[in-house]
Design a protein around this ligand. Structure first.
Ligand SMILES: O=C(O)CC[C@@H]1NC(=O)NC1=O
Ligand SMILES: [Fe+3]
Length: 407
């Protein structure tokens, strides 16, 4: 609604504004929002004239952070992998599970069996769970279609979720997630006959915001991913990469050479990859849920990333196989406890740096004038509580584009 003004007063802000120390705390603060954007923010006693005509909300001293951003999810999919989880606990090997039809291919069958409305229906509970924890922006990947129509249907469902909920959705085309049975041993044929034409069609249909891939011994090589990234470059699409999750193929360094928005997982990242990421400004997206769920032991080189000033984001990697996690609050706790990120790094990792990993930092991810009025209001005494607790959600309310959307 044009010229709609809202003023939130009596707030304690964790702005996450860059160049501010820690998480950019501002006590006894107010935020003025006009037409969905932050038009003024500061100490309550400096309120501008325009505040007089605004609808007023007294936050009674509550803490306010930027709305959270989950910058890495595979949350559109059919079925689940609970059976495989049980088989693993009963000692089945990865091969036995694959032979029993488990793994990514089982999610591919369950996903391709659903129409777009059915995919939306199957994914809404996961989106709502994230939104109830203060999330305002979610990245959603394809990757369980592995044929053109199936991949694009996943992205159509992702776009439909944005139309049905107060949330911003950024899509990533991940047809280079695995090779379908029909192309076993023929990755390049799969890339040329499915991945590249699907990218062209998805781009033409406005379904793709970025292009992703799984660069790993069990998936695609650096050379094969270059074929995908070369096509993305000709279409003017940004790239990101699942890299160094289970081994070091040099994927992160290759992604950085394409100016990738992010390289994700990174447990096996080395100094060369770090240097290339630092040079390119590529964000390191850490995914502690997958590390935890697959019982990985190699931790990402957080200290070296810090020393090289590589931006660090944290995300759920919500997927049915290696990270059935739909809580950024828990992801932050895991990133702190397992990877030793500080509280401030965790909060930046699910706001400012997550926005950077999606190319959205000019729009959201911090509480600053000119940004979208996307913020979360919490029942906490200090920001550290958001990282410290496990399985507790202290959200009071969420604001999306200036409108309070409740919990
Ligand atoms: O098992 C699945 O369904 C996805 C696995 C997931 N995808 C990827 O590239 N890395 C992962 O851990
Ligand atoms: Fe992933």
């Amino acid at each position: 609604m044009k010229n709609h003004r809202t003023l939130w007063t009596n707030a304690r802000l964790a702005t996450l504004a860059p160049q501010q120390p820690g998480c950019g705390i501002m006590e006894d603060a107010a935020i003025l929002c006009e037409d969905g954007c932050i038009s003024w923010m500061g100490r309550a006693h400096d309120l501008p004239q325009a505040a007089g005509q605004a609808e007023h909300r007294d936050l009674e001293g509550r803490w306010v952070t930027p709305a959270f951003i989950d910058c890495h999810t595979h949350l559109v999919f059919g079925g689940d992998r609970a059976m495989e989880f049980e088989m693993r606990l009963n000692g089945a090997t990865y091969e036995e599970i694959a032979r029993a039809g488990g793994g990514i291919v089982s999610s591919v069958a369950a996903t391709n069996a659903l129409s777009v409305p059915e995919l939306v229906e199957a994914s809404l509970a996961r989106v709502d769970t994230l939104l109830r924890e203060g999330v305002g922006t979610v990245e959603i990947k394809s990757g369980y279609g592995l044929n053109i129509e199936g991949e694009l249907n996943m992205l159509r469902a992702a776009r439909a979720l944005e139309a049905q909920r107060p949330v911003r959705v950024i899509t990533s085309y991940l047809a280079a997630h695995a090779t379908p049975a029909a192309y076993k041993g023929r990755n390049v044929d799969y890339i040329r006959e499915v991945v590249l034409p699907g990218m062209e069609q998805g781009h033409a249909d406005g379904l793709i915001d970025a292009v992703d891939g799984f660069c790993e011994g069990i998936a695609f090589s650096v050379g094969e991913m270059r074929l995908v990234f070369d096509k993305a470059r000709t279409l003017g699409l940004p790239v990101k990469l699942h890299a160094e999750q289970l081994s070091n193929l040099g994927g992160a360094a290759m992604a950085a050479s394409y100016g990738a928005l992010s390289a994700d997982h990174l447990e096996y990242l080395d100094g060369q990859g770090i240097a290339q990421m630092a040079k390119a400004g590529t964000v390191a997206v850490l995914l502690p849920g997958a590390f935890y769920a697959i019982n990985e032991t190699q931790k990402p080189p957080v200290a070296a990333l810090r020393d090289a000033a590589v931006p660090i984001a944290v995300a759920t990697d919500c997927n049915p196989g290696t990270s059935p996690l739909t809580s950024l609050l828990l992801a932050m706790n895991m990133a702190a406890t397992l990877f030793r990120l500080t509280v401030d790094e965790c909060l930046a990792g699910v706001t400012r740096e997550a926005a950077r990993a999606l190319g959205l930092l000019s729009q959201t991810g911090t509480i600053e004038v000119g940004k979208s009025a996307d913020f979360a209001i919490w029942e906490i005494e200090r920001p550290a509580e958001l990282v410290y607790r496990m399985g507790f959600n202290p959200l009071h309310a969420r604001v999306f584009k200036g409108i309070e959307v409740g919990t």
